[in-house]
Design a protein around this ligand. Structure first.
Ligand code: NAP
Length: 367
């Protein structure tokens, strides 16, 4: 099969590097275009990341030879599209919110679909915030988005904040079984790679916990409502529940966001802890049914040990795409409590973006 040529915007950053590494031997997509800030533009990719490549896995030799473009120059990407070097882009840009918003729209207007990790468009009502296992049907807003914006081929689809990944599929699995979470309190322990590179200063985080991550609690409380929402008249209407209270903390872990959750169900409650574990371990969704290349075989893994999940031991489960849960027990205040873990730069960023692209290709939105 001829691979689809793709571009990565923000290719030199923490998430961009993960895209480059994960796409090394992807069966459907091949990186042929890379863009970043004007600081990196004009350099070969290998020179642009020299001294700041963060991953154990290397980039493919052909990517090292790609000349990095200025991501602000949409014309360069449009020319690459015409040459057949960039059919769509993954966006992993970190710059001002308004700038990212406008830039991603410019790419879509130029006919280049944008699969984004940035938060800029997560609140745009006609832009789907996709978790492939949870709301794949939201992708079907794309024809309406195109029509409303006058875009023929381009569109924007985004993925949510990395800190909510660990518990969205588990909540969805329970809701699907008839057990709707109504109130939820979550405390997160978030890895430093979540702040990009170079990210948090070592003097701030070594031997320390920082009980504040700008904007993260608001995102954690709002984004699940859009993901659980319904598509009506070309817009996504947010769900009313669950009501969420979030405490987000930065901890000295390299990769892997942990979330400690207490939740209360509505009137219908699961009969037992064992029933919940069965719902989670038996959960299969569209990516598993379609056997998409980046989909974890089992989207939710439950660990019985008292001291799991742990970032170092569990973040790489099933290509770092599974969420790992443990410590499910009754809650003295709400109904249940548990601990969830997901790899923030893979499941929560580049891997999640690639899985979304696989889903969108399956649905016929990426040719
Ligand atoms: P990062 O390591 O700081 O990388 C930022 C990227 O954006 C770099 O490639 C950088 O290029 C480029 N960039 C910066 N300023 C630019 C400008 N003015 N014009 C064009 N490009 C510019 O950030 P990151 O952690 O990879 O995050 C990327 C995006 O993913 C952000 O929107 C973030 O919120 C989101 N995200 C991150 C995570 C995570 O776990 N890290 C998870 C989910 C979502 P240079 O290298 O040339 O400066």
């Amino acid at each position: 099969m001829t691979k689809i040529p793709v571009g990565v915007l923000g290719a030199t950053g923490m998430v961009g590097q993960n895209y480059i590494a994960l796409l090394n031997d992807h069966p459907w997509f091949e990186v042929r275009y890379a863009a970043a800030s004007p600081r990196s533009a004009g350099k070969k990719y290998r020179d642009a990341v020299a001294g700041r490549w963060q991953l154990a896995k290397a980039y493919a030799p052909h990517v090292g030879e790609i000349t990095v473009e200025d991501a602000n120059d949409v014309g360069r990407a449009a020319a690459a599209f015409k040459r057949g070097d960039c059919s769509f882009v993954f966006s992993a840009l970190e710059m001002g919110r308004d700038a990212v918003k406008a830039l991603e729209e410019a790419y879509a207007a130029a006919g280049i679909p944008v699969i984004s990790n940035a938060s800029a468009h997560r609140w745009t009502p006609d832009v789907p915030v996709l978790i492939a296992e949870v709301n794949p049907h939201h992708a079907d807003i794309i024809p309406m988005q195109r029509k409303a914006r006058g875009w023929d081929r381009g569109f924007i689809a985004v993925k949510p904040n990395c800190s909510i990944q660990g518990y969205m599929a588990p909540l969805y699995a329970l809701a699907k079984a008839g057990y709707q979470a109504e109130r939820l309190i979550v405390s997160t322990l978030q890895a430093v790679s979540g702040a990009g590179y170079p990210g948090v200063a070592s003097m701030d985080i070594i031997d320390n916990v920082v009980p504040y991550i700008g904007g993260e609690e608001e995102k954690s409380e709002k984004e699940p409502l859009k993901i659980f929402g319904a598509v009506e008249n070309g817009l996504i209407q947010n769900a009313a529940l669950p009501k969420i209270s979030a405490h987000c903390n930065r901890v000295p872990v390299t990769d892997g966001h942990t979330a400690c959750i207490s939740l209360e169900f509505g009137a219908r409650k699961p009969g037992s802890i064992e029933e919940i574990k069965k719902i989670w371990t038996g959960f299969k969704a569209l990516p598993q049914e379609l056997d998409l290349p980046t989909a974890p075989v089992q989207a939710i893994i439950y660990r019985e040990e008292n001291d799991r999940p742990q970032p170092r031991k569990d973040r790489d489960a099933d290509k770092a795409m599974a969420v790992v849960i443990g410590r499910l027990r009754p809650c003295n205040v709400f109904d249940i409590r548990f601990t969830a873990l997901s790899h923030n730069t893979v499941r929560g960023a580049a891997g999640g973006g690639i899985l979304n692209a696989e889903l969108l290709r399956h649905k016929g939105y990426l040719q």
